[in-house]
Structure formats: C-alpha cells, structure tokens
Design a protein around this ligand. Structure first.
Ligand SMILES: Nc1ncnc2c1ncn2[C@@H]1O[C@H](COP(=O)(O)OP(=O)(O)OP(=O)(O)O)[C@@H](O)[C@H]1O
Length: 358
C-alpha cells in the first residue's frame, strides 16, 4: 500500500460507526483511488437500511481525508451490499394448470386429518357447514384449515369475510389467509373480484385443487376441512385419488330428493374407498323467532333414518335459521357467536374432536 493510501486508511480508522468499530476495522472502504491530489472511495454498508443512517460518517470521512497533506479533492460515495430487500411479491404461482402426475394419494405435509364436506345436491348448505364447523373447531382450540374446493363457485371468501390475496414470499408456497382463527384458502382469493367467473375444464380444475392442497403452507394443522362442489364429479375424484382423506361428511336436507343425491355421493366415496365419517341434517327444524312454533319445512329426521339404513354415524342436525344465512352473508359464521345454532355447530365439532379426527 502506498504511503498515501496508508494515511487515508489510518484516518478512516478514526471515523467511528454508531454500532461499534470504525470504517477501516469494519472493512467498509471500497474502490479507494488516489490520483495525484484527487482521492475517491466508496463506503459500503452491509444493508441499505444501515447506509441510510450513515450520512454523518460519510461527511466525517470526507472532511478528515480532505485535511490530509497532499489531498486536494475528495469524493466519497455511500452505498450498500446488493439491492434493497424486495417488497413481498404477489404469488407468481399460476393456479389452474394441468395436474401433475402423482403415484397415489399423499398426505398433506403437517396436516393430521383431512375431512371433505360433501353433498349430492347443490344448495343444501355444504359451504355453510364447512365454514361453521371450521370456526367451531378453532374455538375449541384446534388448528384448523379451510380449503374451498368449490372451484367454479367459491363462496368461502364471502362466508369467512375476507378478500385478502394470499402472498407467496418464495414464489413456491402460498400462505393461507387467516379469518376467525382459521387458515383459509380459496380459488376465490386468487380472482380479481368475486364476480369473476372461473371457466375451466376438468383437467384445469384438478390441477388447481392439487395446487391448493400441496402448494399452500398449511402446516401445522389438526384438521383441514375441504368444502367440495356439489355432486360426484372430477373434483371429488381428484381429491380422493390425490390426497389421503380421513373421510367425508355428507350434508343433506331431510327432503327425499336431497337424500337421493346424498346416497349417490356416499356410493361414490365408497367406490374410491373414502370412509364416510357421518351424515349431517341441515335446515332441519325451523323455530319461528316470533311465536316459537317449530316447523319442518323440508321434513325432519330423514337424514337420521338414512344414516341408520346405511350403517353410517348420524352426526347431528343444524336448524334452519335466519341467523345462519345472515351470518354467512355478513362474513362472520354463526358458529363464531352464541345461541342454539352456534351450540349445534359446537356439538358437532366436539364430537369430531372426541373421535380423534379433528
Ligand atoms: N341451517 C341454515 N339455515 C338457514 N340458511 C342456511 C342454512 N344452511 C345454509 N343456509 C343458506 O342456504 C344457502 C345455500 O347454502 P350453501 O351455499 O352453504 O350451500 P352449498 O351446498 O354449499 O351450495 P352450492 O351447491 O352452491 O355449493 C346460503 O344462502 C346459506 O346461507
């Protein structure tokens, strides 16, 4: 090192840093150039944040070096290692590709139980049961995930009251959003608005479902509740073939026509060897909020009888209640509140916990 460079480094060792050491001992001086009386160098801080707080040291270094004999001009630039940390990026995962080949059903890492909520017929209350059961389980201290697999008609963002777009800091895994103590993921959260319709064919649906199960950072969960689309189509089959399901809960209203479709759903799960965990009767009794009269708009007890006939557990009944509908539409499931309906969901949740499957 020339005398002049040594003198400069010696001078820079007198410029102390706020967090200890000095410019020389912390090895922050780069590209030192001495050209006649013109001196220039760079102070390189470890992070952009630290560099932002070091203007005083830059000026002190400039003044100290300018005072050395033989120095006529000094130029000191303050910089930092690498670019500033990037802001969290929106996920670059493209949801909805063709499914990836997979040898057989796989567990979802870190998820103890996977329960599919299914029905044969549409509109019987699958999504409502899924969100309420998830919230009731979370209130009982369980770690719960809710996957909206109704990919063509996602309703969980509305029922759980969130439109937050999931992030993916590493561009590999999506971080589920949290609502009412439940980790939630829905294709609805990836759409630009909840009015945007998804127009996909079977393979795209299956690919999307596979991604929502395996490319989401679910762990750790005691139970993942999957809200299925109605019927016995591609999504149900994909789910049974790709993931190790603990079993399925079948929701039905007590009407014969709904029960007929429920039987088809049960038959499908039997064929793909997914255990039926039990049946739930939704929209069971209606209690008039004015006079307390009980009415059975869709019949009563049909699901219990059906369960007995099939040898499947009957898990319980959820009353037909205006509160359930209003709560679902408002984004806070009824199970998050108090009263007979919240208690009905809590009972259902307790039963699943007692059976060691949630
Ligand atoms: N126990 C209940 N009491 C009152 N309204 C209910 C009850 N269960 C569901 N509903 C209402 O019925 C409608 C249909 O329910 P939901 O969307 O849960 O059905 P689904 O079976 O998931 O429908 P889809 O076939 O469209 O997926 C919703 O408006 C919901 O608020």
């Amino acid at each position: 090192m020339s005398d002049m460079r040594e003198k400069i480094m010696g001078t820079l060792s007198t410029v102390a840093l706020p967090d200890g050491g000095d410019l020389a001992s912390r090895d922050m001086v780069r590209a030192l150039s001495v050209d006649g009386g013109a001196v220039s160098f760079v102070i390189e801080a470890p992070t952009p944040e630290q560099a932002a707080g070091m203007e005083a040291q830059r000026r002190a270094a400039e003044t100290a070096v300018a005072a050395l004999d033989g120095v006529e001009r000094v130029s000191v630039i303050l910089t930092a290692h690498g670019p500033a940390k990037a802001a969290p990026q929106p996920p670059n995962l493209k949801i909805g590709g063709h499914p990836k080949p997979q040898a057989g059903p796989l567990p979802v890492p870190g998820v103890a139980n996977i329960i599919a909520i299914a029905s044969g017929k549409g509109g019987v209350g699958k999504s409502t049961l899924s969100s309420n059961l998830a919230v009731a389980l979370a209130r009982q201290g369980r770690k719960v995930g809710l996957l909206d697999a109704d990919i063509l008609g996602p309703s969980q963002p509305r029922m759980m009251g969130t439109n937050q777009r999931p992030s993916s800091p590493d561009g590999e895994l999506l971080i589920p959003v949290e609502a009412h103590g439940v980790k939630m993921m829905s294709i609805g959260l990836m759409l630009k608005s909840d009015r945007e319709a998804v127009v996909w064919r079977g393979p795209m649906l299956m690919g999307a479902l596979q991604q929502l199960m395996f490319q989401v950072d679910w762990a750790p969960l005691d139970v993942l509740i999957i809200d299925l689309p109605p019927g016995t189509g591609d999504v149900q089959l994909t789910l049974a073939q790709k993931s190790q399901l603990t079993g399925a809960i079948i929701v039905s209203t007590p009407q014969d026509v709904a029960l007929l479709d429920a039987r088809k759903a049960i038959d499908m799960f039997d064929k793909v060897k997914v255990p039926i965990l039990g049946l739930v009767e939704n929209m069971s009794t209606y209690v008039c909020p004015n006079c307390g009269h009980e009415a059975h708009l869709f019949g009563h007890g049909g699901v219990r009888d059906e369960a007995a006939e099939l040898g499947a557990p009957f898990l319980g009944e959820i009353p037909l209640s205006l509160d359930v509908r209003l709560a679902g539409d408002s984004g806070t499931p009824a199970a998050a509140g108090a009263g007979p309906v919240a208690e009905a969901y809590a009972t259902l949740a307790r039963d699943l916990v007692a059976r060691g499957i949630a």
